[in-house]
Design a protein around this ligand. Structure first.
Ligand code: ADP
Ligand code: MG
Length: 367
């Protein structure tokens, strides 16, 4: 009696543990019928248990995966050896909404009353991968940082001298041709100086000068700054701040630089007559600051590269605006810079930051 109670308790505890773990547990019998689908499986795959249990595994599996899987099950039933047992494998899995995601899967086989069951234990690697990418990225940047700091230092002084002498000569010259050549030299020197400044922003360790910022007021300033330029290109700029005051804590000047970068890119991607909108909206404890355009959009192939330093599709572009912007935003705690884009439809860049609760502002309430 006591043994039976112990056994029952053990099974109940195990069942709850499997039900509540973060790993998806999907158990099938040898006919590929799903007999167990835990809470994490529902979350990861996006299917409700009722949609899956009692049905064939192909409900949740992409056809190519399904074929391999059937072969593996058949092989095991024939040979008694499952080569993936005990090994973790990385696969690309599919959610109900069609989204493909990286996952780690391991298998285990069990037998009960002569029937063989296969359990796949699946971990969603989306966040782990993103974290690894961020770490790899910052390691790359740190290594480049040292070299860039030395090179920019070496270039800066002679460049200043070239610019200074060109200015001096252009004042003394009366020959128009010579003056126009010197003007080109001065323009190019200024462009290179700006490039060096951007490089310095990107690679040198920076400290943020953090203050409380009224984000609607900041975006309003950016709106005023870009409006003239955009209107001269016949672009309509809209400014739609959230109706509540929203305060964040951050480096005002650096965030302004990010917003100007994003607005500049939006303007450059949009044809005359098109629209650009700057907006803020409170989302629970966070604020979303968006710069949207109705411009050219970004190719799928280019989407992976746009935050890479020096990636540009523009003649005369530096390809540093977005990489600098991403570093600045992500140097702020719990803040992200992301984008969505559709070719020929437009692009939206979103900065998400935690809202700082103050006594007078931010009455937007909790989520
Ligand atoms: P740059 O503007 O000097 O090219 P950025 O880092 O600012 O460098 O942008 C990198 C690239 O990302 C751009 O050359 C462009 O191809 C793409 N891009 C950025 N913003 C947009 C946008 N709003 N719409 C379309 N493409 C964009
Ligand atoms: Mg740019």
């Amino acid at each position: 009696m006591r043994d039976r109670d112990d056994e029952r308790r053990r099974i109940a505890v195990l069942e709850k543990a499997v039900e509540n773990t973060n790993e998806a547990f999907v158990t099938i019998d040898s006919h590929h019928q799903v007999i167990f689908f835990n809470k994490a499986a529902e979350k990861i795959f996006g299917f409700k248990r009722e949609e899956v249990v009692g049905r064939d595994l192909n409900v949740i599996m992409a056809p190519s995966c399904n074929r391999n899987h059937r072969d593996a099950v058949a092989r095991y039933l024939k040979t008694g050896v499952l080569h993936r047992i005990g090994h973790d494998t990385e696969i690309m899995a599919t959610r109900k909404n069609g989204e493909i995601f990286p996952a780690n899967i391991s298998f285990s086989v069990s037998e009960f009353e002569g029937v063989i069951y296969f359990t796949g234990i699946v971990r969603d690697l989306t966040e782990t991968k993103a974290l690894h990418e961020r770490i790899a990225r910052s390691e790359r940047l740190a290594a480049l940082g040292q070299a860039v700091a030395e090179i920019t230092h070496e270039i800066k002084n002679p460049l200043m001298m070239i610019g200074g002498f060109a200015r001096q000569l252009s004042r003394e010259m009366i020959n128009d041709k010579a003056i126009s050549k010197l003007t080109i030299i001065m323009k190019e020197v200024t462009r290179l100086e700006n490039l060096l400044n951007e490089l310095r922003d990107l690679y040198l360790p920076k400290t943020l000068d953090k203050k409380e910022i009224d984000i609607n007021a900041l975006l309003g300033e950016v709106y005023e700054l870009v409006r003239g330029d955009c209107e001269s290109k016949n672009l309509h700029v809209m400014f739609s701040p959230d109706s509540e005051k929203i305060v964040v804590t951050g480096d005002r000047e650096k965030l302004k630089q990010v917003l100007l970068n994003l607005a500049k890119n939006a303007g450059e991607a949009t044809m005359p007559g098109g629209k650009i909108s700057l907006s803020t909206s409170r989302k629970g404890r966070k604020v979303e600051i968006a710069v949207a355009d109705e411009g050219s959009g970004i190719d799928d192939e280019q989407k992976e590269k746009i935050f890479d330093p020096f990636f540009t599709t523009k003649k005369g572009g530096t390809g540093l605006g977005l990489s600098v912007s991403k570093c600045i935003v992500e140097d702020h705690p719990e803040s992200t810079l992301t984008f969505e884009s559709q070719k020929e439809k437009g692009t939206i860049f979103k900065i998400t930051m935690p809202v700082t609760e103050t006594n007078e502002g931010n009455k937007g309430g909790l989520p």
